[in-house]
Design a protein around this ligand. Structure first.
Ligand SMILES: N[C@@H](CCC(=O)N[C@@H](CS)C(=O)NCC(=O)O)C(=O)O
Length: 346
């Protein structure tokens, strides 16, 4: 009797084990499994920052942060449209991620130690290296930040921006008045109406928000860069499977650019005999399978969204309204003197 029940337990255990094995082979766990089950990814973006995440006139979300979300959808579903966007203010973005309202945050968000260690979040990498700047009406006649003693400064709540500007003025023994709003458009409107002398945010954000001013040409960006703002996508801590997908989606795009694989040539590249390209595109190895995806996950990203350089140039590059020239900047590939460097698919 004892033996029989022990055998029964073993059989039950054996069944349970094989059932688990079969299940995990077919289905992923955590956020990856959950997004596969619902058929789309919920991506947290800004409320409207041209070049990064912004709705165009036809109601479509565009931008380098939006392209990254589409790339994750291409990797998971082989469909870059299997993504929905949730516009979030700076203040509400982290709660939206930790509460599960969004699966991933791709919203000009600076990777800092506090966010990485105290908020239960993980940064998947950097998709734009930035730094904080200041803009003033040219009519003020100010040429550098050291002339700003006593200035009033418009900025966003819940950002690194308000912390850095406070550090900067205190360190330089200058007084200032902070005028902070939660909604980015309120900040821009306040600055444009003359409510403050200075508008401060990430330099890419200044290039973007400047386009919304009544007369963009009547404003000057001061030469100082007062902080490091490495911007990148974020996921919840404790979900390594989803973190892998988030991190390697970005790495796929950067590696593809380095190897000369683009949306224009990915079709012919599928028959490349270059072993690095074959691994990247999944014609060799099981790199996709290893992270719970199809082996052509990266080929799908490149054909449906493009490599990192393509999305940079299309959204924020020298030929866009933001005119953020990549050549000679920290956002160039490491092979071209910049910081964009992805670990190898190996
Ligand atoms: N990178 C900084 C600032 C991010 C931020 O929220 N910037 C504002 C000013 S550019 C913004 O995103 N505005 C656009 C929006 O909220 O739609 C951070 O992570 O705290």
């Amino acid at each position: 009797m004892k033996l029989r029940s022990a055998m029964g337990a073993l059989t039950a255990l054996g069944l349970a084990l094989s059932a688990t094995t079969a299940f995990s082979a077919a289905h992923n766990e955590g956020t990856l499994g959950a997004v596969e089950a619902k058929g789309s990814i919920q991506c947290g973006v800004s409320q409207g920052l041209p070049g990064f995440s912004n709705k165009d006139d036809a109601g479509n979300w565009t931008g380098i942060d939006v392209d990254y979300c589409r790339a994750v959808a291409a990797a998971v579903f082989g469909d870059s449209n299997a993504v929905k966007f949730t516009p979030l203010s700076a203040k509400e973005r982290f709660t939206a991620l930790s509460s599960g309202e969004v699966d991933i945050l791709s919203r000009n968000t600076t990777w800092t130690m506090t966010r990485d260690t105290q908020l239960g979040l993980n940064f998947a990498g950097v998709n734009y290296y930035d730094g904080q700047g200041m803009m003033v009406p040219t009519s003020l006649g100010v040429t550098n930040a050291m002339e700003l003693d006593g200035a009033s400064i418009c900025t966003n709540t819940g950002t690194t921006t308000e912390l850095n500007i406070t550090d900067f003025f205190r360190t330089n023994n200058m007084s200032f008045e902070l005028v902070a709003f939660e909604k980015a458009d309120e900040v821009v409107a306040a600055y444009d109406s003359g409510r403050c002398d200075v508008y401060t945010t990430d330099k890419s954000g200044i290039a973007a928000q400047r386009l919304k001013l009544a007369d963009p040409a009547a404003h000057t960006i001061l030469p100082e860069t007062i902080s490091k703002e490495p911007l990148g996508p974020v996921v919840r801590q404790g979900d390594d499977g989803w973190f892998n997908v988030a991190r390697w989606t970005l790495n796929c795009m950067i590696n593809a650019e380095e190897m000369g694989v683009s949306s224009a040539n990915v079709g012919e590249m599928m028959s490349s005999t270059n072993p690095g390209i074959a691994r990247l595109l999944g014609t060799e190895g099981t790199f996709g399978e290893n992270i719970g995806l199809a082996n052509n996950w990266c080929a799908n990203i490149i054909s449906m969204v493009g490599n990192y350089g393509e999305t940079y140039e299309a959204n924020v590059g020298a030929n866009t309204p933001l005119k953020l020239a990549r050549e000679g900047s920290v956002n160039a590939l490491w092979t071209n003197g910049g910081l964009m460097y992805a670990p190898p698919l190996r």
